[in-house]
Design a protein around this ligand. Structure first.
Ligand code: CP
Length: 300
């Protein structure tokens, strides 16, 4: 694994190893007995991803370099690439990057000599969220093969949908999509089903918010979106006995999901967030080891 930049580049074996490492980090705190610097370069807002990286970094003993594009030389016109090169030359050992461009990772592949983790690329890829979702499903079902998973919502503009669909298919799950007109994505060759079909046949109902910030033109909030396309309390009652509800967050209550379901018994939404810390810890340690920045002796 050169950089951790795309769910599509992860092999089944790499996913399985990361899930095992995440489980170890969940069971026991891991500490790196060596000075390692990480820079979190977030050019888009984030609560879960940024904070879970920071908590994981502090638990591991990694020195976190503060960066805020609003108070950095980005304001003087410095590009993402030059910002990353600057952190590399200053001595950062690991870069965590989120940016609104779908393709920012392309210019980094061979030109940066420290590991990079993609913490979100436009509408295209969110591989660490994907690993969290896989971890949460694996904890629940112990396997992916034959599991019916539906991803519901603004598929076209969701980087989580793109990453999760590709990884879940690779692992043998039956992946379905469900979307309001205009939110379908023609690049994903997967069957579409209605939310009413989805709740009755799926083991995992994964909801997404409407990504208004990624729509090219203003879209009116859809009238009756919740009733027509969302997970209502009536639809939840028709879900399979052991089926679970997931959502990468942030949630728009009473739009894609009824507010009372966000914390219901079937919901794994806050569990996904908790899993974020261990999964991101596992990804960072795996990458630092593969790059030879740390070794087994550095871990206590
Ligand atoms: N799921 C997710 O990426 O959330 P944040 O945007 O808050 O990081």
């Amino acid at each position: 694994m050169k950089h951790f930049i795309s769910a599509s580049q992860l092999s089944v074996e790499e996913i399985q190893e990361l899930l095992q490492t995440a489980e170890q980090h969940r069971q026991h705190d891991v500490h790196i007995a060596k000075k390692v610097f990480a820079a979190n370069l977030f050019f888009e807002p984030s609560t879960r991803t940024l904070m879970s990286f920071i908590i994981a970094q502090r638990k591991l003993g990694i020195e976190v370099l503060d960066f805020n594009p609003q108070s950095s030389s980005v304001q003087k016109g410095e590009s993402l690439y030059d910002t990353a090169k600057t952190f590399e030359s200053l001595g950062a050992d690991l870069l965590i990057i989120r940016h609104s461009s779908d393709h920012w990772v392309d210019e980094f592949n061979s030109s940066i000599s420290v590991p990079i983790i993609n913490a979100g690329a436009g509408t295209l890829d969110h591989p660490t969220q994907c690993m969290i979702d896989l971890d949460t499903i694996y904890q629940e079902f112990g396997s992916f093969k034959g599991l019916n998973v539906v991803i519901v919502g603004d598929i076209r503009h969701s980087r989580v949908a793109h990453s999760d669909a590709v990884a879940l298919q690779k692992l043998g799950a039956n992946v379905y999509l469900s979307a309001a007109p205009g939110f379908e994505d023609p690049t994903l060759d997967l069957p579409y089903i209605s939310i009413d079909e989805a709740v009755e046949m799926c083991d995992v109902v994964m909801l997404l918010r409407i990504q208004h910030e990624r729509h090219n033109e203003y879209t009116d909030p859809m009238l009756n979106y919740h009733q027509c396309y969302g997970l209502t309390t009536e639809r939840e009652r028709r879900m399979k006995k052991d089926a679970i509800i997931m959502h990468p967050g942030p949630v728009n209550r009473n739009v894609e999901i009824a507010s009372s379901l966000v914390e219901c018994e079937r919901s794994r939404i806050f569990k996904q967030m908790a899993n974020g810390v261990h999964v991101r810890s596992a990804i960072m340690v795996t990458l630092l080891k593969e790059w030879g920045i740390i070794d087994e002796n550095s871990i206590v």
